[in-house]
Design a protein around this ligand. Structure first.
Ligand code: SF4
Length: 327
């Protein structure tokens, strides 16, 4: 049996899991993930981290502990510097393997692959070979596995653009069946990092809640790239964080195109980049004054009742504006 690689179900899992899984499976490894986020995972993460750490990183650490307890051979914690040319991710991703090694003892071997497309593909090729050789001593096979993983990522992104959330797209790919349901009569943009809105435990299943209230939900991953780029081209100053720029670009796009009934921004407690993007988004929507905008901050104490009440009030406001209800 192949070595077992554990992938924490947190942070960039939601953006890259099918790609990473394909790469390791092509090399003969067995891939498992940590459990869905639960109280134990959150408590383990919170206990291990200093208070100032952002919520998604605390949760990530809880997922690493879960994988350690499952007895995997390796835990995949990439050092993600950049996923496109001339832009970076938040600095927390750069130091994530070091942070985890310092916080959690008795870990299995960490695969800390450096993912850095800032200056082109060469760094990636070196890293792919370095990591691949833990599993097979065959450079061609390793490079082929990498190419297959890139194809899988393209497929994953195209499935999301058909209207599926990241978690739905992961499931659709595993089951080889895509079922898109857009039955609502409201259109709501949910602007956030994927890990803030896909983890049902921490964001209380916000996407399903909105859908159950009759809304079709659009995230940045569901939008065509050219729409995000069009919106981002209206920014006064380009932003060098990839995901923050996507959020602001989507926000600008909706203001310009009026193709949405309301916008909800979700940010995580303790997130530096979110404090900037959230403030910029709010100013843009206030200045425009035409599209209702709501900002939600999630933390480990976020209660279901609080989220539900705010979502219901927001939906009522949108329906009132459309003349569907009176208040
Ligand atoms: S962008 Fe914010 S939430 Fe995400 S890792 Fe960085 S600080 Fe944490």
């Amino acid at each position: 049996m192949g070595k077992i690689v554990g992938i924490p179900k947190a942070l960039l899992y939601y953006n890259f899991y099918p790609m990473w899984k394909t790469f390791f499976e092509e090399l003969g490894a067995e891939v498992i993930t940590s459990c869905n986020t639960c109280k134990k995972i959150v408590d383990d993460g919170v206990k291990s981290c200093v208070d100032e750490t952002c919520l998604p990183v605390k949760i990530f650490v809880g997922h690493v502990i879960d994988l350690k307890e499952k007895g995997v051979d390796y835990i995949f914690i990439p050092r993600v510097v950049s996923i496109e040319k001339r832009r970076y991710l938040c600095s927390k991703f750069l130091g994530l393997p070091d942070l985890v090694k310092n916080l959690v003892t008795n870990l299995p071997e960490i695969i800390d692959m450096k993912i850095d497309y800032y200056r082109g593909d060469d760094t990636m090729k070196r890293e792919i070979l370095r990591v691949g050789k833990k599993f097979v001593n065959d450079s061609k096979k390793i490079y082929d596995a990498y190419l297959k993983s890139i194809e899988m990522q393209k497929k994953f992104e195209s499935v999301m653009r058909r209207g599926l959330s990241n978690t739905e797209a992961i499931k659709a790919i595993e089951e080889n069946s895509v079922d898109v349901k857009l039955n609502g009569n409201l259109k709501i943009a949910l602007l956030a990092h994927s890990y803030d809105i896909m983890d049902d435990y921490i964001c209380m299943g916000i996407i399903d809640r909105l859908r159950n209230m009759g809304a079709n939900v659009f995230t940045t991953c569901m939008l065509d790239r050219d729409k995000i780029e069009l919106g981002a081209s209206k920014l006064q100053k380009d932003l060098f964080w990839t995901y923050g720029r996507d959020i602001l670009g989507a926000g600008k796009y909706f203001i310009e195109n009026r193709d949405i009934d309301g916008v909800i921004s979700v940010s995580a407690f303790g997130c530096g980049p979110d404090s900037l993007t959230d403030d910029l988004l709010e100013r843009d929507y206030k200045r425009d004054g035409k599209i209702p905008y709501m900002s939600l901050t999630i933390d480990e104490h976020t209660g279901e009742a609080g989220i539900t009440t705010r979502l219901e009030a927001f939906i009522d406001l949108l329906r009132w504006r459309k003349g569907e209800i009176t208040i």
